[in-house]
Design a protein around this ligand. Structure first.
Ligand SMILES: CC(=O)N[C@H]1[C@@H](OP(=O)(O)OP(=O)(O)OC[C@H]2O[C@@H](n3ccc(=O)[nH]c3=O)[C@H](O)[C@@H]2O)O[C@H](CO)[C@@H](O)[C@@H]1O
Ligand SMILES: C=C(OP(=O)(O)O)C(=O)O
Length: 423
């Protein structure tokens, strides 16, 4: 397994391009299953998760070609051959559950392996299943698979009232409802930019959708969807991650394509910590010129709140802040796995349940550390960039799920970072 070696090397300066969003692309790709006409995505990120979704769609009979070095995905589902999403692929990536709604809507049935939990929490799929039931589907859990069956005339519009906000369940319900008969109302829907991006793409394909970006989405089902070409929205989590690089190391970095509206709560916390963020026509210019940042409290929430996917990286910043910061993780029950690793680097962190108290230290020190999940991996790299000496981040395969060319992008800013190939 590969490792990443990082050596603290002072301030970072320059320009970094931000890719299309992993989490948008992973829901836009299954949308191809809703139509027999081609769907082309531009601005796709080059990530292992995208390759996993490609394999999953291909296993269902969809054609998926990566063009322009992977930045363009040309897809067509005119000849689907299977409705079974197999354990061998689904186990690699939770977002595989997003084929459920489209398959059910188009083919009338689907069998999808349960994705199971992962390092950050149990992550059940009950809300996805309840949403499909609200559209008339019969759901059965057998042999580790979700067996879903639409009524004889196909899915019917219905009211889906989510008890808690779920990004994935909103996406599955939204896609399924586009081909259901009649009107569907999604209440307490997720409002993330990735949901807005999905709704825009579906509308291009001919879907009738109103209200995306608010907590009530109304979908009027249509008989069929057509083809479309759609550019994937900017990855706000990759954006936030690179914004933290000059915040932690000092210097000035422009994140190309970044917009404050994608990350308002995060930008507000950076401002409170003493990091400057300026929106320019090219993107977001971020700098930390004087001394240490100040401690700030952070609570993760669904959009438009502070994203859970930036909590680990923000913790890395706050490890060297002046004062005591309190981070509350409200989305996932086990998302502080990076804390013990940061402690190995000299951070002072006390974790109690979903709360972490971080007492800033003047300087972190390099150490061998273990990456436990995607955002934990990159938080350790950020911490290593600001630490004295060498940090060896082991087991970085999660990193490649969500960050393309991370070593090249950080090296271009002046970081000392290299990948050590494993066996
Ligand atoms: C591929 C993708 O887009 N992943 C993102 C998506 O994950 P994902 O869509 O899996 O996250 P959800 O928004 O569904 O999860 C929110 C909370 O709801 C719970 N829950 C969810 C579904 C369900 O059926 N039952 C249930 O209890 C989860 O365990 C979690 O506690 O949103 C998360 C929250 O912003 C992000 O961290 C992930 O990066
Ligand atoms: C948790 C994440 O992804 P996934 O939902 O794909 O596991 C993430 O992107 O931080």
């Amino acid at each position: 397994m590969d490792s990443i070696l990082v050596t603290g090397n002072g301030p970072l300066n320059g320009v970094v391009p931000i890719a299309g969003a992993k989490n948008a692309c992973l829901t836009l790709m299954p949308a191809t299953l809703l139509s027999d006409e081609p769907l082309t995505l531009t601005n796709a990120p080059r990530l292992s998760d995208i390759r996993t979704m490609t394999l999953l769609l291909q296993s269902l009979g969809a054609e998926v070609s990566a063009l322009a070095s992977g930045k363009v995905l040309a897809m067509s589902s005119h000849g689907l051959t299977s409705t079974r999403a197999d354990y061998d692929i689904v186990r690699k990536m939770r977002a595989s559950i997003l084929v459920l709604g489209p398959l059910l809507a188009r083919e009338g049935h689907a069998e999808v392996s349960l994705p199971g939990g992962c390092a950050i929490g149990a992550r059940p799929v009950d809300l996805h299943l309840k949403a499909m039931e609200a559209l008339g589907a019969e759901m059965d859990l057998r042999d580790g698979y979700v067996h879903a069956k639409a009524p004889a005339g196909g899915l019917r519009g219905g009211v889906v009232a989510f008890p808690i906000v779920s990004v994935g369940a909103t996406e599955n319900a939204l896609m399924a409802a586009t081909l259901a008969k009649g009107t569907t109302v999604l209440k307490n829907a997720a409002r993330e930019p990735e949901i807005v991006d999905l709704a825009r793409c579906l509308r291009r394909m001919g879907a009738q959708i109103e209200g995306e970006g608010t907590s009530t989405i109304i979908i009027e089902g249509v008989d069929r969807l057509g083809g479309a070409t759609h550019a994937v929205v900017t990855d706000r989590i990759e954006l936030g991650t690179y914004m933290l690089a000059p915040a932690i190391c000092g210097g000035e970095v422009t994140c190309l394509g970044g917009r404050i509206e994608l990350l308002e709560a995060f930008c507000e916390r950076l401002d409170a910590a003493g990091v400057s963020v300026e929106e320019t026509p090219e993107g977001l210019k971020v700098s930390r010129k004087n001394g240490r940042v100040s401690a700030v409290d952070v609570t993760t929430e669904p959009f438009p709140g502070f994203p859970t996917d930036l909590q680990a990286q923000m913790m890395a910043l706050l490890c060297t802040a002046e004062g005591v910061s309190v981070l509350e993780e409200k989305i996932f029950e086990n998302r502080f796995m990076h804390a013990p690793e940061l402690i190995r680097m000299g951070a002072r962190i006390d974790v109690h349940g979903g709360t972490a108290k971080v007492t800033g230290v003047a300087r972190l020190r390099g150490a061998p550390v273990m990456a436990t999940d995607l955002r934990a991996s990159v938080s350790l790299i950020l911490a290593g960039l600001a630490a004295e000496g060498e940090t060896l981040v082991n087991r970085v395969y999660h990193l490649d799920r969500g960050y393309e060319n991370v070593e090249q992008k950080l090296s271009a800013l002046g970081a000392r970072i290299e990948r050590i190939k494993g066996q």
